[in-house]
Design a protein around this ligand. Structure first.
Ligand code: C5P
Length: 285
């Protein structure tokens, strides 16, 4: 059996994010149509004789127990007693703390990779259950593609992919706390009509304009009411030629659907000069 494996961990975009209410466990009931983006991290997992180590080439990513990959390995060890050491190396390309599930996708791929490498024999359904204990986006990241995620994110329904979208991601220099954004949603009472059913219908129709119209994130008005920078960024993306622009997860990145890669490349240049971090990517089928 091979003693190392290299896996690709894709970023996630919420095409919709409906917050339906606060649950008794403090989490929020969600309905979200999630989509994989081509932007990805590359992860090498190696079986060793030593301790478990997680290393990332981006100094902003924690390499200790706060790293979701470390937590994923702990959950796996609780479910299957294996004694091998593991060294995980992450080449980070997905922006960190950005609303793109960068940590969750790494954890998901490590669950899949170690399961394969050590022949643990867990089904994807079992890995989804394990992953959901440590992060709400991990279940979707285990499947990838296009899916409606309900509950806390652990109930998944596969959907047809949207027509291919070129996407510009732009991140302001802001650190947002996800728990705080959900608390603000509670305080502000930002109830809005859910958009995921319209998105599901739009995806089933295959009509690009319907998909663009149905894109909505309930956390966007919460974040924009507190952070003028995010509001300005969205307006800037629309001015630069975006067909649609939407907050990613709980922010602070804003994703813009652009008509073609050339327009996207021009936008990335403009945004970089204006002091934002920006990337051009596309949806993954
Ligand atoms: O699961 P995850 O680590 O992504 O969640 C981060 C935080 O976001 C949670 O601790 C919780 O405060 C909030 N959250 C929530 N409802 C969800 C997902 C996340 O309230 N469905």
């Amino acid at each position: 059996m091979s003693s190392s494996i290299t896996v690709t961990a894709f970023a996630k975009l919420n095409l919709t994010l409906d917050v339906l209410g606060r649950r008794p466990d403090g989490y929020h009931e969600l309905a979200s149509v999630m989509q994989s983006l081509e932007l990805h991290d590359v992860i090498t997992i190696q079986v060793t004789d030593g301790e478990t180590e997680v290393w990332c080439d981006d100094p902003d990513v924690p390499s200790g127990r706060e790293n979701l990959v470390f937590q994923a390995l702990d959950v796996l060890r609780q479910s299957a007693a294996f004694h091998s050491g593991l060294r995980v190396e992450i080449a980070k390309r997905i922006p960190v703390a950005a609303g793109l599930a960068g940590g969750s996708t790494d954890a998901a791929q490590v669950l899949l990779g170690v399961n394969y490498l050590l022949g643990l024999g867990f089904t994807v359904r079992q890995l989804v259950e394990m992953g959901s204990r440590i992060g709400s986006d991990i279940p979707f990241c285990l499947l990838g593609g296009t899916a409606l995620a309900c509950g806390r994110g652990e109930v998944l329904h596969l959907l047809p992919p949207p027509p291919a979208f070129n996407v510009v991601l732009a991140k302001p220099q802001l650190q947002l706390s996800t728990p705080r954004i959900y608390r603000l949603w509670d305080e502000l009472g930002c109830h809005r009509p859910p958009a995921s059913a319209s998105m599901t219908a739009a995806l089933n129709s295959g009509i690009r304009e319907r998909v663009l119209e149905a894109m909505e994130n309930h956390l966007e008005s919460v974040v924009m009411s507190e952070y003028q920078e995010v509001k300005e960024l969205k307006a800037r993306l629309l001015r630069l030629g975006a067909e649609q622009a939407i907050l990613c997860g709980s922010g602070p990145t804003v994703a813009a659907v652009v008509p073609n890669p050339e327009t996207g490349a021009g936008m990335v240049e403009d945004l970089t000069q204006a002091g934002y971090h920006a990337w051009l990517t596309h949806t993954l089928v």
